[in-house]
Write a protein that binds this ligand. Structure first.
Ligand code: CMP
Length: 217
């Protein structure tokens, strides 16, 4: 039996799509490592359920409660059927103490999350909704490694974008329709495709200037 299978025998749990794995503010005793499927992390802000991130195979979640002894900072849902390793506090601490490589991977991941949270703050500071949607798409293009002059398939839907930037769906639809008319994006498959990463970059810079100096012009 392979190492991964052995781990699954010991700690594994299969969770059907749509299951609430835990809810924000509950006490937490376990952390989870995704071996298959994907998990959505959401947070309630006023009355809106905002998606913070969608995590896939190899990623982990639920570590914050057991590291800082606080209630769950967000909720977790299985987006697809998921295979998860469920690790209790004692095992997690033993894993970190006994294996510096695991500790380093977790620190790197937490640093990346902090950087992502900084980007979300930057996005929230943009005054105009078109600017926020375009800034978010440009960031997805960067993360996907979109090169100059190329088409980039992002795999996100209008609803994903609305959830990520916290703008009502109908407004996001109207903004994307304008971008599609200008041939910057294509949504004909239901998933966002950026037609030309460089053109979108130029448009982002234009909107940034407008956001900063708009009142002077
Ligand atoms: P915990 O607070 O135990 O429960 C919710 C989990 O969601 C949290 O641990 C993290 O694992 C994860 N989480 C919270 N905020 C973020 C974020 N901004 N980005 C990615 N994951 C997050």
């Amino acid at each position: 039996m392979g190492a991964e299978q052995k781990l699954f025998e010991r700690y594994g749990r299969t969770i059907p799509a749509g299951t609430l794995i835990f809810r924000e503010n509950e006490p937490g005793q376990d952390m989870y490592i995704i071996q298959g499927g994907s998990v959505k992390i959401t947070k309630r802000v006023r009355d809106i359920e905002k998606t913070l991130v969608v995590l896939d195979k190899g990623e982990f979640f639920g570590e914050m409660s057991i590291l800082n002894d606080k209630p769950r900072s967000a909720s977790a849902y299985a987006v697809e059927d998921c295979d998860l390793l469920v690790i209790d506090r004692r095992t997690f601490e033993a894993m970190i103490k006994g294996n510096p490589e695991i500790a380093l991977r977790i620190i790197k991941k937490l640093a990346a999350r902090l950087q992502e949270a900084d980007h979300q703050i930057e996005n929230l500071m943009i005054k105009d909704n078109t600017g926020r949607v375009v800034n978010h798409i440009a960031r997805l293009v960067n993360t996907a490694g979109g090169a100059r002059g190329t088409m980039v398939e992002l795999g996100v839907t209008e609803e994903d974008i609305a959830n990520m930037v916290g703008i009502p769906r109908d407004q996001v639809e109207a903004i994307l329709a304008k971008l599609a008319k200008a041939k910057m994006v294509d949504l004909s498959t239901g998933r966002l495709v950026v037609a030309d990463a460089e053109q979108l970059g130029r448009f982002t810079r234009y909107l940034d200037m407008k956001d900063s100096f708009g009142e002077l012009m």
